[in-house]
Design a binder for this molecule. Structure first.
Ligand code: DAT
Length: 186
């Protein structure tokens, strides 16, 4: 599990999934319940705020990300750890950054409703819905990271939200136990 990286005292957790699957909601609850302080980075917001893009693409209704700039911005943060990276894609992030990759999943009917409520244009709802059905983000995660650190979690109701967060909290506790000794050795 990312053993070639310098020892981090806090993990870097990637929360990914199709837009609307609940990444931000999950990350926010995790911030409250985590046994250690974490910083939540909504990567889409960061791209906008720091201008890490090549302009707005009207056809796709999103910013065209400048990947090099984004990686440079995130490198020191992700390497240090204690961070949740929340984004609708994950394959750009180097394997060495990731201690845990959570892929949130949601049935397509519910996803459709969530994106409609968000006011997305029909084309964007359809594209995201199809991506969820085709498991695009889950497949990206499976092919980009070791399978031991990738976990797919259903995020359809409040019970899911709570159980997902408590699972991640347990994982953080276990991670700390195994990495505390690693930290004192170096
Ligand atoms: P994302 O960050 O993946 O785009 P979000 O966290 O903004 O998604 O959630 C989209 C909407 O769905 C928002 O109104 C909250 C709701 N939602 C997400 N996960 C949920 C869950 N497990 N139970 C109930 N509602 C959820």
């Amino acid at each position: 599990m990312a053993s070639d990286t310098p020892a981090r005292t806090s993990p870097t957790i990637i929360i990914t999934g199709t837009p609307g699957t609940g990444k931000t909601t999950t990350a926010q609850l995790l911030l409250e319940e985590s046994p250690i302080p974490l910083t939540h980075i909504n990567v889409g917001d960061l791209v906008k705020e720091r201008g890490l893009h090549e302009g707005f693409d009207d056809e796709w209704g999103s910013y065209t990300v400048d990947e090099d700039k984004l990686l440079d911005e995130l490198e020191p943060i992700a390497s240090q750890g204690g961070v949740i990276l929340d984004w609708h894609t994950c394959e750009l992030f180097p394997e060495r950054w990731a201690d845990l990759v959570v892929v949130l999943r949601c049935n397509h009917t519910q996803l459709w409703d969530r994106l409609e409520k968000r006011g997305y244009p029909l084309k964007k709802i359809q594209e995201n819905n199809e991506a969820e059905i085709m498991e695009v983000v889950a497949e990206e995660a499976r092919s980009s990271y070791p399978k031991e650190i990738v976990v797919e979690l259903t995020s359809e109701g409040t019970e899911d939200l709570e159980s997902n967060v408590s699972r991640i909290v347990q994982w953080i506790q276990a991670w700390r136990e195994t990495h505390q000794s690693a930290g004192t050795e170096s």
